[in-house]
Structure formats: structure tokens, C-alpha cells
Write a protein that binds this ligand. Structure first.
Ligand SMILES: [Mn+2]
Length: 244
């Protein structure tokens, strides 16, 4: 069994389309989406594409959970004009139910790698941060009891592969909002772990993204598609926000 892991698409449809073309060529048995699929400039188009994938498994990220909450809040005519509420206002009930159906984790057995646990933040939370800079004692606490050989997480938008106590903690990076190299980042599992970066036409993608009326569309195109924050910038940001 080979599994492609894609995380943190964040409504970047052009990036997802490019990544999926590459994924199809790699012929995995399954695709696991590690959360934060829709919150971003093209939520409806992204969800519509994801719903057509026959071999995809999903789990929820914090942004997916918040989007469902924003949808449910606006249905009760509450909530302010945040980015999440803009996204929520685009969704149908079927989109909402699709997002709400995502579990917190996916577990698979992959030859050559053992027992894989896919999650968003940490095995116990879709908000906790695991990076290359997370101190070992903290990382040990975050993965305690996960009962897996490889823990595949998302959330921090940075590819890495860390060893700890005989286990591996791996992040496939972000399809739609990567730190480091521009492109759609993802990874293949089985029998090795193979990190990928799919290049796509940034100008064309930026033009499509800025057509969106999402309040952050222009900034998203500028800072996440035409350019990307460096890993050092991202680490500084996380440090100043209580992580890693
Ligand atoms: Mn995210």
C-alpha cells in the first residue's frame, strides 16, 4: 500500500489541481488529506473537487472545525465579518456536512513503515504545533500514547521528518500555503517516505485567486503563491505566538 498525504490546501484550488495531477502519476492506493482543506480564497471549488476523489480519506484541521462552527453560527445569524464567515457564507449545507464528517485522525498500515497515524496538529489536538524546533520532551508529551510508528501531521505548513524514541514524526508540508519553496508540497508514504513539491504556474494561479471576493485573496496571492514566507520567517512567527 502506498499513501499520498496532502495537508493544508486552504482553498488554493490551482495548487490542489497541480498536486493531484502529480499524485495521479504516482498511483497511490489512497490519498489522506490531513486537514485545513477549504478555508481560503476558493473554498467551494476546492470542496467540490475533493468530493469527487474516489480514493481520498479526510481528517479535520482546526480551520475545518472553525468553518463548520462559523457556518452553524451564521445559520443562527450570529458572527462578525471574519474570513471564516466569508468562507462559511459560500458553503451549501452539503459542503458543511462534508466538512463536519471528517474524523480527528486516520490510521493505516503501510508496508516498510508500519502503523501510520495521520492527524492535523498533534495526535491529541488539531491546534498543537510540532516542528523541527519542538523540544524533545515536549514532542514526547504530544505523541504519547499515539501507538504508531509514523505520526503524520500538518498544521505548520513545513515539511520535516523527525525521529523520536523509535517513532517518526513527519509533516508533508502544505499544498496551498507552504513555507519555504513555492509550489504545492506533499509526500508519498510506502515503502519509504518521499517528499514532493509540485510546481505550478504562480501568475495564472494568482489571477484566479484574486478573482475571489475573499477579503484576504490579494494578500494570499502575493504572499502564498507569487512568493512564500521562508521557513525561518515561519519559525519566528510561531515562536512569537507561543510555539513551537
Ligand atoms: Mn493550516
Amino acid at each position: 500500500m502506498r499513501v499520498a498525504a496532502l495537508s493544508d490546501i486552504h482553498g488554493n484550488l490551482p495548487a490542489l489541481e497541480a498536486a493531484l495531477q502529480d499524485v495521479t502519476r504516482a498511483k497511490p492506493d489512497l490519498i489522506v488529506m490531513c486537514g485545513d482543506v477549504a478555508s481560503g480564497p476558493l473554498p467551494v471549488e476546492t470542496l467540490n473537487l475533493l468530493k469527487t476523489l474516489p480514493n481520498a480519506r479526510f481528517l479535520h484541521g482546526n480551520a475545518d472545525r472553525e468553518l463548520v462552527a462559523a457556518y452553524d453560527d451564521s445559520a443562527k445569524q450570529r458572527g462578525a465579518g471574519t474570513a471564516a464567515n466569508w468562507c462559511a457564507a459560500q458553503l451549501s449545507g452539503a459542503h458543511r456536512d462534508f466538512l463536519a464528517s471528517f474524523p480527528g485522525e486516520v490510521r493505516l498500515e503501510v508496508e516498510g513503515l508500519g502503523r501510520l497515524l495521520f492527524c492535523h496538529g498533534s495526535p491529541r489536538s488539531d491546534e498543537e504545533i510540532m516542528t523541527t524546533a519542538t523540544p524533545e520532551a515536549r514532542l514526547r508529551e504530544l505523541i504519547a500514547g499515539s501507538d504508531a510508528d509514523v505520526i503524520v501531521c500538518g498544521h505548520t505548513h513545513m515539511q520535516f521528518d523527525r525521529a523520536l524514541d523509535g517513532a517518526r514524526v513527519v509533516n508533508p508540508g502544505s499544498v496551498g500555503m507552504p513555507y519555504g519553496e513555492p509550489g504545492a508540497h506533499w509526500a508519498l508514504f510506502g515503502p519509504e517516505i518521499d517528499f514532493r513539491c509540485t510546481n505550478y504556474d504562480g501568475e495564472k494561479a494568482a489571477a484566479r485567486i484574486t478573482m475571489s471576493s475573499w477579503p484576504g485573496a490579494a494578500d494570499f496571492a502575493r504572499y502564498n503563491v507569487l512568493s512564500t514566507p521562508s521557513v525561518d520567517e515561519a519559525m519566528d512567527f510561531m515562536r512569537s505566538h507561543g510555539g513551537p
